[in-house]
Write a protein that binds this ligand. Structure first.
Ligand code: EPU
Length: 357
């Protein structure tokens, strides 16, 4: 266990916000977590678990102990007639892992190429893109309960995956039985994911349900593209409209796409015929938050160093650099102004996607 004091978090959050951690602990193994728990001072402190920092907005210095997850390792656990089961350490970079599985000949994660962040953060918000969500390729995960020090394994049902949601995003109920793992309750701040196992189904089938991929396959006359081709297309599409966090700081989509009832949707369509909407399998309708924000004229607008990305209104970006970077306060002021104007025009409340610390 490596303990560091007064650490700059700017390199560890993709927005590039300037903030410091009073204490940062690098977790490189499950044993490091045990050592952390056993420490008389650290073991009692509040914690904040940091993966790749691609889904956080830091609004100030972080007082809780930052557990920076750096557990590495990737391996094939088993191969069955119907799947490859691959286990990956929480600290492995997501995109490199996707590329590695393809190199090994285990396709299935290609639609999720180029998503920033780490493997351990992927289940927390059930990352998704281009017609595939993490839960579609998930087997199970290992985690450590910080309250008891015990390791445990969760399957997909126990993770309670939803749209950009899981049990790891919800706070434990204060009424929960102490000493035991809360059932059906949140695990935020309590459980630390150490390994994730993926289930990559055989035979592999391309997932081209997303309009932009379908269009590309049709244009090139490829009805049966390979997983590598889909990987390349997803990278091209993402590079064309999403900012590279290494160049322009950002946290990906800043708001979730809201869902409304079909009646609400009809009501909105009557007023806004062009609204981009998708019917969902459960009968509800998902609206494109980027379209709503765009329709309110936000594209390219700024608050201090915080800006709405010109090519995709759903992404807020850092227009500053280095010490002169955006502050979490500026980002949240811009986010709240967007929420207010979308609510006033459409009656819809947008919910932020990143974790605000
Ligand atoms: N749109 C606009 N103006 C904009 C942005 C979008 O009119 O400024 C319209 C587009 O024309 C399109 C629709 O909104 O018809 C949806 O846009 P897009 O296809 O780009 O996808 P999205 O809903 O904005 C979601 C995910 C992304 C994921 C893409 C691709 C959420 C919150 N975002 O974005 O995930 O990569 O689909 O599957 O669900 C992320 O979570 O960080 C992320 C980038």
């Amino acid at each position: 266990m490596l303990v560091e004091k007064n650490v700059s978090l700017q390199p560890y959050n993709t927005f590039g916000i300037v903030a410091r951690a009073e204490t940062l602990v690098r977790v490189r193994s499950t044993e490091d977590l045990a050592a952390f728990r056993a420490d008389p001072v650290l073991g009692r402190a509040q914690v904040f678990v940091l993966g790749g920092g691609s889904n956080v907005v830091l609004t100030g210095d972080v007082k809780p102990v930052v557990l920076k997850m750096e557990i590495r390792g990737r391996r094939l656990v088993r191969e069955t007639p119907s799947a490859w089961i691959v286990e990956v350490g929480a600290g492995e970079p997501w995109h490199d892992t996707v590329a590695w599985t393809l190199e090994q000949g285990w396709p299935g994660l290609e639609n999720l190429a180029l998503i920033p962040g780490t493997v351990g953060a992927a289940p927390v918000q059930n990352i998704g893109a281009y017609g595939v969500e993490l839960q579609d390729r998930f087997d199970s995960l290992d985690a450590v309960d910080l309250a008891t020090g015990l390791g445990f394994t969760l399957d997909a049902a126990q993770c309670a995956f939803g749209y950009r949601d899981s049990v790891f995003k919800h706070a434990p109920s204060p009424a929960g039985p102490s000493g035991s793992l809360p059932r059906g309750m949140g695990l935020a701040g309590r459980a630390v994911i150490t390994q994730v196992r993926f289930c990559l189904p055989k035979p592999w089938k391309p997932e081209l349900g997303y309009l932009e991929l379908e269009r590309r396959a049709a244009e090139l006359g490829m009805e049966q593209p390979t997983a590598q081709q889909i990987f390349d297309w997803v990278c091209e599409i993402r590079r064309a409209k999403l900012p590279d966090p290494a160049v322009i700081g950002n946290a990906g989509s800043f708001f979730k796409n809201p869902t409304v009832s079909p009646e609400q949707c009809q009501d909105i369509i009557a007023r806004e015929p062009k609204i981009v909407h998708y019917p969902m399998p459960d009968g509800s309708v998902k609206l494109a938050a980027g379209w709503l924000i765009d329709a309110c004229g936000w594209r390219g607008k700024t608050v201090g160093k915080a800006a709405v990305y010109e090519k995709q209104a759903l992404v807020l970006v850092n227009r500053g650099h280095g010490a002169d970077s955006v502050t979490g306060g500026e980002v949240m002021t811009l986010a709240r102004a967007i929420q207010t104007s979308v609510y006033e025009r459409f009656g819809i409340r947008l919910e932020p996607e990143p974790v605000v610390v």
